[in-house]
Design a protein around this ligand. Structure first.
Ligand SMILES: Cc1ncc(COP(=O)(O)O)c(C=O)c1O
Length: 424
C-alpha cells in the first residue's frame, strides 16, 4: 500500500494539538519526537497490568519479567544484535555513556589514547574528556571538514594509532545531519585493537542499524528520538560486557544483561520502547511491501522494522529536499550541511542553517509564535558548532522533518521564514 500520511498521523494524538487555535507543526524532531498510541497503550499497561518488581512468584511480577525480556528482544532486532542479552537500558544515551566510562576506566592506563570527533554531540564527548582527565589519557580528534560538513577520514591512520584504546564516533550528526562512514572508522580502530563506541542517537530514526555489519563494540541510541519514551538503549558485544567490570550492587547477578542493570528499571519506559519499535514494524508492514525484497532481515519482525525505517526515511528526505531548496532560495541563508540532492544518501533529514542578518533564537521565537516548533543554538553539539565558527553567532536554526510531517507544514515554515526576512 502507498504511504498514507493521514493514517500515520492518526496514530499520534499530539499531532492534533493546537496552540492559540493554530495547529502545531512539530519540526523539532531531532530533539525529540511525538509518541503514537501504541506506545501510550503499552506504557499504561506496564503501570496498570504489570506493575510489580521482578523475581516474584506472583502473576504481575512474572508478567513484568516477560515484558523486560520482550523489550530486550525487540531492541536486539532493531540493531541486529547477536543476542538479546547484549542490550541494556538506561536513563538516556548520555547517562549510559557516563556509566560505560566507569567500566572502561579499568581497562586503561596513563598515556593511552581516546579518539573523538569534532562532529559529535556532548553526550559522546564530555564523558570521554572526563575519563581522560581522571586517568591521564590523551584525546585525539577526527576533524570535521567545514566545507563538506563531513568528518575528514583521510588521515585516520595518523589519528588512530597503536596507542588508541577507544574510538567514539557518531553515526549521524545532530547539526549537519551528515552520516558517518562508521564502518571505515571501525575497521581502522579494529586494526589497532581499539574499542569502538557508536552514538546512533541521531541516526536511529532514519537508518537501519546493523551492529554485526558495522563490526563495532558498543552502540547507543535514545528512544525518545524515534517515537518512544525518554530512555536510552545500549548494545554492546557480549564478550566485551563479560570482561568489563560493572558498577553494580553485590546481590545483583553477574549474568547479562542484569550485570549492567543498576537498580530498578523504568519498565513503563521499556514497554514504551516496545511500542516505538512496533510502530516501525507497523509502518513497514502497512506501507513497505515494495521494499521487503531488497531487505535482508533475519526474520519477519526485523524485515518489517527495516522496511518501516526505509519508508519513513523516503518520506522525511522528500520533506528535507523541499526544506533545503526552499531555504536556499531565501536571500542571506546558508545550509550547514550537505545541500546537494545527489548526495542526500550521505545525510539524514536533520537540517541546520544560518541567516546572515538574523540570530537563530530570534527566528525560533518568531516561529514559536506561529505554532511552528523548531530549535536554535548549539543543540549540545559544542564541538561542531565551535569548529564551524558559529558559537558566538548563536549556533544554527535547526528544522527536522520526520515521517509524520507534511509538505504543508514545510511550506508553513518556509512562508513564515520568508515573511520574517522580507524587509531585510
Ligand atoms: C547525536 C546525539 N547524541 C547524543 C544525544 C544525547 O542523547 P540523550 O538525550 O539520550 O542523552 C543527542 C541528543 O540530542 C544527539 O542528538
Amino acid at each position: 500500500m502507498k504511504y498514507d500520511i493521514n493514517k500515520v498521523r492518526a496514530e499520534f494524538p499530539a499531532l492534533k494539538r493546537t496552540w492559540n487555535d493554530i495547529p502545531i507543526a512539530f519540526l523539532d524532531n531531532p530533539a525529540g519526537t511525538q509518541v503514537p498510541n501504541r506506545v501510550l497503550k503499552l506504557m499504561n499497561a506496564a503501570l496498570v497490568d504489570y506493575n510489580a518488581n521482578l523475581g516474584g512468584f506472583f502473576k504481575t511480577s512474572q508478567d513484568a519479567e516477560a515484558l523486560v525480556i520482550d523489550a530486550h528482544k525487540i531492541a536486539a532486532e532493531f540493531v541486529n544484535a547477536y543476542d538479546f542479552r547484549e542490550i541494556f537500558f538506561g536513563q538516556n544515551m548520555t547517562t549510559l555513556t557516563f556509566m560505560m566510562t566507569r567500566s572502561l576506566a579499568h581497562t586503561l592506563k596513563a598515556g593511552d589514547e581516546i579518539v573523538l570527533t569534532r562532529m559529535d554531540h556532548e553526550g559522546n564527548v564530555a564523558p570521554w574528556l572526563l575519563l581522560a582527565e581522571e586517568k591521564n589519557l590523551t584525546i585525539k580528534w577526527i576533524d570535521l571538514n567545514p566545507d563538506t560538513y563531513e568528518l575528514d577520514l583521510s588521515n585516520l591512520d595518523t589519528v588512530i594509532t597503536e596507542k588508541t584504546k577507544i574510538v567514539a564516533v557518531n553515526y549521524a550528526s545532530n547539526i549537519t545531519g551528515s552520516i558517518t562512514d562508521v564502518k571505515q572508522v571501525v575497521t581502522a580502530a579494529k586494526a589497532v585493537g581499539a574499542i569502538t563506541y557508536i552514538d546512533a542517537v541521531q541516526y536511529a530514526p532514519h537508518g537501519i542499524i546493523d551492529v554485526q555489519d558495522i563490526g563495532c563494540d558498543m552502540l547507543v541510541c535514545s528512544s525518545y528520538k524515534f517515537y518512544g519514551p525518554h530512555q536510552g538503549i545500549m548494545w554492546a558485544r557480549k564478550s566485551l560486557l563479560e570482561k568489563l567490570k560493572a558498577y553494580k550492587v553485590r546481590v545483583s547477578s553477574d549474568e547479562l544483561p542484569e550485570k549492567f542493570v543498576t537498580g530498578t528499571e523504568s519498565r513503563e519506559a521499556l514497554a514504551g520502547i516496545i511500542g516505538a519499535l512496533e510502530h516501525f514494524e507497523w509502518v513497514g508492514s502497512a506501507f513497505g511491501g515494495d521494499l521487503q525484497a531488497a531487505l535482508s532481515g533475519r526474520n519477519e519482525l526485523q524485515s518489517d522494522i527495516q522496511a518501516g525505517v526505509r519508508k519513513m526515511t523516503q518520506h522525511d528526505m522528500t520533506l528535507a529536499d523541499q526544506l533545503i531548496s526552499g531555504v536556499k532560495s531565501i536571500k542571506g541563508t546558508k545550509i550547514i550541511g550537505i545541500d546537494d540532492k545527489n548526495s542526500f544518501s550521505r545525510r539524514v533529514s536533520t537540517v541546520s542553517f544560518i541567516h546572515d542578518k538574523h540570530h537563530p533564537d530570534d527566528v525560533a521565537k518568531y516561529m514559536a509564535k506561529r505554532g511552528i516548533s523548531i530549535w536554535s543554538g548549539h543543540n549540545y553539539a559544542l564541538e561542531p558548532i565551535k569548529r564551524l565558527g558559529l558559537l558566538d553567532k548563536g549556533g544554527v536554526i535547526r528544522v527536522g522533518p520526520t515521517h509524520y510531517n507534511t509538505a504543508g507544514e514545510i511550506d508553513r515554515f518556509l512562508n513564515a521564514f520568508e515573511d520574517y526576512v522580507k524587509n531585510d
